[in-house]
Design a protein around this ligand. Structure first.
Ligand SMILES: *[C@@H]1O[C@H](CO)[C@@H](O)[C@H](O)[C@H]1NC(C)=O
Ligand SMILES: *[C@@H]1O[C@H](CO)[C@@H](O)[C@H](O)[C@H]1NC(C)=O
Ligand SMILES: *[C@@H]1O[C@H](CO)[C@@H](O)[C@H](O)[C@H]1NC(C)=O
Ligand SMILES: *[C@@H]1O[C@H](CO)[C@@H](O)[C@H](O)[C@H]1NC(C)=O
Ligand SMILES: *[C@@H]1O[C@H](CO)[C@@H](O)[C@H](O)[C@H]1NC(C)=O
Length: 305
C-alpha cells in the first residue's frame, strides 16, 4: 500500500525527477573517478624497439583521456625482438593476461605497432577468453613483408628481397621473427609450407587449432588498421590494411585476398559486421606513426573510450 502511494506521488508531483537523476548519475560517477569509462590500454612495440618508443603516444592519451590506465609492455626489447614470434606471443601473453583479467567485463584496448601488430594477432587468436574491445594495428605488416629495407640490409647483408627466401624459408631462418612473416609472392608454396607464424595465424595452412583461433579472434569488437604510402618500411605498405602483392607484385586489396574470401580466420565476418575501420595517412614515415599528433587525433583518439 505505502510503496504504491510513494510511487504515484512521485509520478504526479515530480514527473521529471527520475530522468534528471539518471542523467546525472554518470556525471556523479565521473566526479568520483574520472577514469571511469576509459578502458585500459595495452601497448606492444615493434622490431628493434622498446617501450620507450611510445613516450609521445602515452602523453597524447594522457592529455585527451586523462587517467587512462596505460600498460606499455617492456619485453623483447631491441635485438630480443628478433626472437621467434610464437615465443614472443607466449612472453607478452604472460604479461598481458593478468591486465585483461583485472579489467574484467569492461575489457581493454590493444594498440600494437609494426611487428607488434602480428604479436597481437597471435594473442587475439590464442587467448580463448580475451576481452579486447578494440585492436589498433599501427602500420603492421598484417599480410607479411616483401621488400628491401635498412633493417634487412643490416641483418642479412648478403641477401636481397628476391633471394631472402633461401634463408627465411628454412627451419633455421624461421628462428628469426622477420622470417616468420616474410611473404615472398614468387615462392608462395614454400611460404605456405615453411612459414611458422604468418601462414598458421592466417590459417593459410590448416592447423589443429584453426577453428578455435577463429572463434577467439572474433571476440574482438573493432579492428582499426592504420598505414600509409610514405611508410618506407612496410612493403607493400598496404600490408598494413591486409592487402598484399600477387605473383606479379601488383597489390591486391583485402577483400580480394584468399584469406578474406575464404574467411579463414574471421576477417570477412568481422568486416561484414562493421568491425573494421581503415585509415590511409600520407606523409608519415614508419618510425613516426606513434609520435605524430595528427595521426593520434584523426585515427586513434576516438577509439580509446
Ligand atoms: C598525465 O597528465 C598529468 C596532468 O596533466 C600529469 O601530472 C602526469 O604526469 C601525466 N602523466 C604522464 C604519464 O604523462
Ligand atoms: C593499472 O593496471 C594495472 C594492470 O592491470 C594494475 O595493476 C594497476 O593497479 C592499475 N592502476 C590503477 C591506478 O588502476
Ligand atoms: C591448441 O589446442 C590444444 C587443444 O585444445 C591446446 O592444448 C593448445 O594449447 C592449443 N595451442 C595453441 C597455441 O593455442
Ligand atoms: C610443400 O609440402 C608438400 C607436402 O609436404 C610437398 O609435396 C611440396 O613439394 C612442398 N612444396 C614446396 C614448394 O616446398
Ligand atoms: C604527421 O602526420 C601528417 C598526416 O596526418 C603528415 O602530413 C605530417 O607530415 C606528419 N608529420 C610528421 C613529422 O611525421
Amino acid at each position: 500500500m505505502r510503496a504504491h502511494r510513494v510511487t504515484s506521488n512521485m509520478a504526479v508531483g515530480c514527473p521529471s525527477a527520475l530522468p534528471t537523476l539518471l542523467f546525472f548519475v554518470p556525471l556523479l560517477l565521473w566526479l568520483v573517478d574520472p577514469t571511469l569509462g576509459y578502458k585500459p590500454v595495452i601497448m606492444v612495440h615493434g622490431l628493434f624497439d622498446s617501450s620507450a618508443s611510445f613516450k609521445q603516444l602515452v602523453e597524447f592519451i594522457n592529455e585527451s583521456h586523462p587517467g587512462t590506465n596505460i600498460s606499455v609492455i617492456d619485453l623483447f626489447d631491441h635485438k630480443a625482438s628478433l626472437q621467434p614470434l610464437w615465443k614472443q606471443v607466449m612472453g607478452f601473453r604472460e604479461a598481458i593476461y593478468p591486465i585483461m583479467q583485472n579489467a574484467g567485463s569492461e575489457g581493454v584496448h590493444l594498440l600494437c605497432y609494426s611487428q607488434g601488430g602480428l604479436i597481437c594477432r597471435g594473442l587475439l587468436e590464442t587467448i580463448p577468453d580475451h576481452n579486447v574491445d578494440t585492436f589498433i594495428s599501427l602500420s603492421s605488416p598484417q599480410m607479411g613483408q616483401y621488400g628491401d629495407t635498412d633493417y634487412l640490409r643490416y641483418l642479412f647483408p648478403t641477401y636481397v628481397k628476391s633471394n631472402l627466401y633461401r634463408f627465411c624459408y628454412t627451419q633455421y631462418g624461421q628462428t628469426y621473427s622477420i622470417c616468420n612473416f616474410w611473404n615472398d609472392p614468387h615462392h608462395h608454396d614454400m611460404y605456405i609450407n615453411v612459414s611458422d607464424f604468418l601462414a598458421p595465424i592466417n590459417s593459410e595452412r590448416p592447423e589443429p587449432n584453426t577453428t578455435e583461433w577463429r572463434q577467439n579472434f572474433l571476440r574482438l569488437r573493432k579492428l582499426v588498421l592504420i598505414g600509409g604510402p610514405s611508410d618506407g618500411v612496410i612493403t607493400p605498405w598496404e600490408s598494413s590494411h591486409f592487402a598484399f602483392f600477387d605473383e606479379n607484385e601488383k597489390v591486391v586489396e583485402m577483400q580480394e585476398q584468399q584469406v578474406y574470401e575464404d574467411d579463414t580466420f574471421g576477417l570477412r565476418t568481422l568486416d561484414k559486421r562493421g568491425g573494421i575501420s581503415v585509415y590511409s595517412v600520407p606523409g608519415v614515415v614508419h618510425t613516426m606513426w606513434h609520435s605524430n599528433k595528427t595521426v593520434y587525433k584523426e585515427c586513434i583518439e576516438k577509439w580509446l573510450t
